[in-house]
Design a binder for this molecule. Sequence first.
Ligand code: NDP
Length: 302
Amino acid sequence: RHVLLGGGTGFVGSALKQVLLSKNYDVTVISRMPGPRRVTWFDVQSRGLPEGVTAVVNLAGQNILDPLQRWTPGFRQNVWNSRVNTTKTLAEAIVNSKIKPDVFLTVSGVGIYDPSKTDVVYDEKSPIGEPFDFLSKLAIEWEKAACLPADVNVRQAVIRSGVVLGRTGGMIQQLYLQFFFGMGGPISSGCQPLPWIHLKDLCNMFVFAIENPKVNGVLNGVAPQIISNAEFAKAFASVLGRPAMFRVPEFALNLMFSEERAKIMTMGQRVAPARPLELGFQYEYPEIRPALASMSRLFYSK
Ligand code: NDP
């Protein structure tokens, strides 16, 4: 059992790699940087899949919420290419491979669902219409890039992930010190939903998708408990024993990140994981408080 893992050096990818290694999978990471047990995207383009690959997973993607990057056309292009083009490269390599892997898994985002429809709970059957902003267009094209021709006999699934909560990266790492020093609080009104999933559950969902032949199509990668941004802030402050009084005004985030990407924080969708539950996926952290309690320590080891 050999997994080819795009983005295996990242926040989610490195955690998934550890889980896979602990289950005795061989893992080859695809990275822009060559190294041991690694191949580059160029290697995949020129030589195809490494020998013996049984599953291909893509978790590559330039961090959209990097505060050091301005939202310029060039950066938007990087955000796009690092997802859509890497996924296309893998789909092509699979089509051209003589010995096919069993399964091709990719990630995309809940940004595919319109956050302005505040009364809707989206599940995987919710229709995806025309793109309505950059993030929805990106998610649609990202998912399309993963589609294999019908005659290619490889099982395929995409996990539409919510905000991934883990101590070592993503939103928690960005907010940790602010909350630790008692300066945390909700964003804007705090009423906007915050679709979320614990890092461990997302990794387990990928393993579940690799191992379970019934998994195909779209799975919403979110926890069953739907919460608001204010509920998140209250729970995180409380597991750290701090108040959550400092509201972050929407205009500040719009100024810092530009409105188009600040949306990830200032708006949110109500998303239900209907398919994972139907398929019998077991969450370790279905509720927010224990999930956040598991990442409350100041010091941690990767
Ligand atoms: P990271 O920011 O940790 O990045 C993942 C990897 O992507 C990096 O390790 C890097 O690998 C590769 N990468 C970065 N920029 C580029 C680029 N310009 N071209 C090619 N590869 C690049 O991401 P996460 O682990 O947080 O997320 C993994 C995936 O899941 C992403 O696609 C993300 O959009 C998606 N996702 C994440 C969520 C979250 O909350 N974290 C929520 C929803 C979806 P290397 O340097 O080795 O090339």
